[in-house]
Design a protein around this ligand. Structure first.
Ligand code: SF4
Ligand code: SF4
Length: 276
């Protein structure tokens, strides 16, 4: 089973939920897809070790053959190619590696070369492997690394994906092709606002989903009312517990430092199991 833990904004406790769920479920693995700033591994003592580079195919232009017809620049929807006067300019950092310019060039002036965008590391234990991706600084597009990371999901295990925050392409990619999505929010007006945006997106994707309220007790009950009105299952409420915050600051998962919380995550998983 594949479960993605997502949230409309950073700082809602998405990683906390992903890590503690992975620790509470037997035969699980954790894949942190927040490739711009993965931090799930901080809750595990084992070091992360590089296992793979990730590259995309970027065009290489043979300027002796190029006729400056401009068809590649016209085609590229990411504006990675420009023809200025007698010059072809290529902005590598805008290229998404789609390969379209190579296909469209009428004189075969384009070949492809590997452009490294980041890497994948593995840590954790044999019982609970942890993977994450690291996008190179200055690279704007993490989806190729997320796609590679998703290949490591083991069909014989419960795979927990920690999604990038927000509703842009990297988050959408992590919420697609999974069995269930947990949307983490806080009981505040900001939390509710971001939750409604994420619900709009996940309904379009079509992945079954439910909501976890983190830091329950800091705000009001508008998230509860919204979920009830929209028919969205409320999977769990994590209390706003100072002991949990103290453990978090020391990199100790709540189910390890306060075993009473393990039951909460086990019950959350049981609810998900019944829905998929
Ligand atoms: S490979 Fe795709 S994204 Fe990159 S320059 Fe060519 S058309 Fe643009
Ligand atoms: S499509 Fe080919 S020939 Fe035309 S500008 Fe691009 S590289 Fe040059």
């Amino acid at each position: 089973m594949k479960i993605t833990v997502a949230s409309g904004k950073g700082g809602t406790g998405k990683t906390t939920i992903a890590v503690n769920l992975a620790l509470s479920v037997k035969n699980s693995m954790l894949i942190d897809c927040d490739v711009e700033g993965p931090n799930s591994h901080l809750f595990f003592r084992e070091p992360m070790v590089k296992i793979k580079d990730v590259s995309i195919p970027a065009p290489k232009f043979d300027l002796d053959t190029c006729t400056l017809c401009g068809k590649c620049a016209e085609f590229c929807q990411y504006n990675a190619i420009s023809i200025i006067g007698e010059k072809l300019l290529f902005f590598e950092e805008l290229c998404h590696g789609c390969g379209g310019c190579k296909i469209i060039c009428p004189v075969d002036a384009i070949t492809e070369v590997d452009h490294n965008v980041g890497l994948i590391e593995k840590g954790g234990t044999e019982d609970l492997p942890v993977y994450h991706g690291l996008l190179n600084i200055s690279e704007p597009f993490g989806v190729p690394i997320i796609n590679e990371l998703k290949q490591f999901a083991d069909a014989s295990k419960i795979t927990i994906f920690d999604s990038p925050p927000g509703t842009a392409c990297p988050a959408v990619e992590t919420m697609r092709d999974v069995d269930f999505c947990i949307l983490v929010t806080e009981p505040t007006p900001f939390g509710l606002h971001d939750l409604t945006l994420t619900v709009d997106v996940i309904r379009q994707i079509g992945t079954p989903f439910g909501v976890v309220v983190n830091r329950d007790g800091i705000g009001d009950d508008r998230v509860d009312q919204y979920c009830e009105k929209e028919g969205i299952p409320l999977l769990a409420k994590i209390p706003n517990d100072m002991e949990v915050a103290k453990l978090y600051s020391r990199g100790v998962p709540m189910v390890t430092g306060l075993p009473k919380y393990r039951k909460l995550f086990e019950e959350m998983f049981q609810k998900i199991r019944e829905m998929v």
